[in-house]
Unconditional design. Structure first.
Length: 259
């Protein structure tokens, strides 16, 4: 019958043998330990590679979910910011228009641009005021900066406005500096031209053109355009003048109709 191996001795060997192998300094055991450590390092790297990739995948999925949540929040905040900025700009425009209306000596009706001619963006617009609001054809349309156009057609609740840059627009003006008078009209290029000036008329680049007292639709003194270029006339003809409207009609959103 085999004698049982003492458990206490087995426990001692389990503790002492690894301890001795680790600290035993003979060259043989040193090589054995180095080889074992190398094999262990390779095993650890083999196991650590897939574990690291799995960890990256789990981290990526969590980061992606957080990114999607944050992106939705950022988009919402951007939308709120854009809406707030739009409202602030509208309030500033209305404030300027209201100040101009309050300081004007003529009666007027405020209106909003609700549509444009898609075939010619700078030719005409539709406003949300019409016959029910006291609007009639020929009335002047302005804002705080100056002349915008003239009412051409009127419906019960809306009106069509011909803009100053339309070739069909005409208004009598004077050069604010020299008081030279002429007829300003629109052009296909979107700018304006000044006709019927006297020969040798005193007109210079940068001169401001304002509505003349002889105009039947516009009160006198409203800013209309700024002289951009002057050419000498031929013979007894007056100079030819190109001018730019003082109002950027492509961006107009609120107007006043002078009654």
């Amino acid at each position: 019958m085999r004698t049982p191996f003492p458990k206490q001795l087995l426990y001692v060997l389990i503790v002492l043998v690894p301890f001795g192998l680790l600290f035993f300094n003979s060259p043989f055991w040193h090589n054995v330990k180095t080889s074992a450590m190398s094999i262990g390092a390779v095993s650890v790297s083999i196991v650590a590679g897939p574990v690291g990739e799995v960890r990256k995948l789990l981290t990526y999925r969590r980061t992606w979910r957080e990114y999607r949540v944050l992106k939705v929040e950022v988009d919402r905040l951007r939308s709120q910011l854009s809406t707030s900025e739009e409202a602030a700009q509208e309030n500033r425009r209305y404030s300027r228009l209201l100040n101009f209306k309050n300081t004007s000596v003529f009666s007027s009706v405020a209106a909003r641009v609700v549509a444009r001619d898609p075939s010619n963006w700078n030719a005409s617009v539709m406003i949300d005021r019409g016959e029910k609001d006291g609007i009639s054809p020929g009335m002047a349309v302005v804002n705080a900066a100056g002349v915008i156009g003239r009412v051409a057609e009127v419906g019960p609740h809306a009106s069509k406005v011909i803009l100053i840059s339309d070739p069909g627009f005409r208004v009598a003006v004077v050069v604010q500096r020299s008081r030279e008078s002429g007829l300003l009209s629109g052009s296909l290029s979107g700018s304006c031209r000044l006709d019927y000036l006297n020969a040798g008329a005193d007109v210079k680049e940068g001169d401001v053109l304002v509505t003349a007292a002889i105009s039947t639709a516009f009160p006198p003194g409203l800013r209309v355009a700024t002289v951009r270029q002057v050419w000498s006339g031929i013979g007894k003809e007056g100079p030819r003048v190109a001018a730019d409207p003082v109002v950027d009609v492509a961006t107009v959103e609120e107007v006043l109709v002078i009654k």
